[in-house]
Design a protein. Structure first.
Length: 436
């Protein structure tokens, strides 16, 4: 039977995502009520600019006092889509204290200080759901947290930032340089005016921390995630990857160590074989590849950002939280029982693609090979091509080395030693090779 008393919802933030959440709540009110078992009522909307016209929202609901809104004792669920660390953290914990459960899309806060939020939710017996924090509309966190709760996840490998995937896709498909591809992404609205969070990997790193925490049942913070952006990726890197039968993607990689005693989380550009499912992910789409012990390999794919996709994830959480509210229960909270340490990047083992500018003369390849051997890094393939210098003369060459699997620390030592060779005029690029 349908409850007649509506569940009251407070909305913090009414930008691209918040306004879409409000629109869906209004246009699909009857369906949402039938799925929940009670009608929903938008009881208040906290914003910074109250004078802005917000179509479809009663102006009487608008307030600039978010604190007062979450302190109202009649609010059942607070939806937080303002982002950032503060005041979001204080508003969420205050909502718990005053009886409300919370649905959040705040990846930065969850990655930075999720422990505080989970502890507050548990203390007050409230729900904290956050499907929209990672990969937009793609159902990912709940399958990891619930559907795979009886399995052992060993690896999560994914494209979790649409802006960077669009840029790399354009560089690969059209031959555009990084700056040109970024300009196109900005013009199409995929990149912000300040794209730093995307192109330097901060956005993906926050998502990697959340994914690793859920997948491995341990606490992983943003500071634990090794991060590299894509600003140094060149057209030459893209072309070299193509010659290897690969493409370049900015990947979030979360792995359990082979002995099961630690985990790693990292974000960086990498070459992946064209045969890998992630290689076919184009434009601004996201995709995450999960490897579990019993379930095997699973692929999650779809739009990872934008108003409607993110709002879809928020509304999915809202339905779940409201159902729990009616049933007098709460959903699963934080699972961090394994307390596994997060290993440093130096302990990560993978393959590498190294491009060197060297003198084009006898013995150079032998010198380079000796350095790799001294650092226990085995060479898989070598490609050398002579070229003319700036005066149109010979004497220079490009040397591309692809290694077998080796620890990152060993590779770093190798590169440092290579830079000291008189015959090596520069290390043009270093890129990891993943997904094989």
């Amino acid at each position: 039977m349908m409850r007649t008393r509506p569940l009251k919802v407070a909305l913090l933030g009414c930008g691209v995502v918040g306004s879409e959440v409000a629109r869906i709540m209004a246009t699909h009110a009857d369906d949402l009520a039938a799925r929940i078992g009670a009608p929903l009522e938008l009881a208040g909307v906290a914003v910074r600019r109250p004078s802005k016209v917000r179509e479809g929202i009663d102006p009487a609901l608008i307030t600039t006092d978010a604190t007062a809104l979450v302190k109202r004792g009649d609010i059942d669920v607070v939806i937080e889509v303002i982002g950032g660390i503060e005041p979001a953290r204080t508003l969420i914990t205050t909502a718990f204290e005053h009886g409300a459960s919370v649905v959040s899309a705040n990846k930065a806060l969850l990655a930075e200080d999720g422990a505080t939020l989970f502890a507050a939710a548990e203390k007050h017996g409230r729900d904290l759901y956050y499907e929209a924090a990672v990969a937009g509309a793609i159902p990912l966190l709940r399958p990891l947290r619930e559907s795979l709760a009886g399995d052992k996840v060993n690896r999560v490998l994914g494209i979790v930032n649409g802006t960077t995937n669009f840029i790399l896709d354009r560089m690969d498909s059209s031959g555009a340089g990084y700056s040109e591809a970024l300009d196109e992404a900005t013009a199409l609205g995929y990149a912000e005016a300040d794209p730093t969070a995307d192109v330097e990997g901060f956005d993906a790193a926050a998502k990697a921390a959340i994914l690793a925490g859920i997948a491995f049942h341990t606490r992983v913070r943003l500071d634990d995630v090794h991060r590299e952006g894509l600003t140094e990726v060149t057209s030459a890197d893209i072309a070299s990857a193509r010659r290897m039968g690969c493409t370049v993607k900015l990947l979030a990689i979360c792995e359990r160590a082979a002995d099961g005693r630690s985990v790693t989380a990292r974000v960086h550009p990498a070459m992946i074989p064209l045969s890998h499912p992630l290689a076919s992910v184009r434009e601004a789409y996201n995709a995450v590849f999960v490897e579990a012990e019993a379930a095997g390999r699973l692929m999650f794919y779809g739009p990872g950002a934008g108003g409607p996709p993110t709002a879809s994830a928020v509304l999915g959480d809202l339905v779940a939280v409201c159902r729990n509210k009616i049933g007098g229960s709460t959903g699963p909270g934080e699972s961090a029982y394994t307390r596994l340490p997060v290993s440093s990047m130096g302990e990560v083992v993978t393959r590498y693609h190294i491009s060197l500018d060297v003198a084009d003369k006898p013995g150079v390849l032998a010198q380079v090979a000796t350095v790799f051997a001294e650092h226990d890094v085995s060479i898989d393939t070598v490609r050398q091509q002579g070229r003319l210098d700036s005066e149109g003369l010979g004497g220079e060459a490009s040397l591309v080395v692809v290694t077998h699997r080796a620890p990152d620390a060993a590779l770093s030592g190798t590169v440092e030693a290579l830079r000291k060779l008189d015959t090596v005029r520069g290390v043009a690029s270093i890129m990891r090779v993943e997904g094989e």
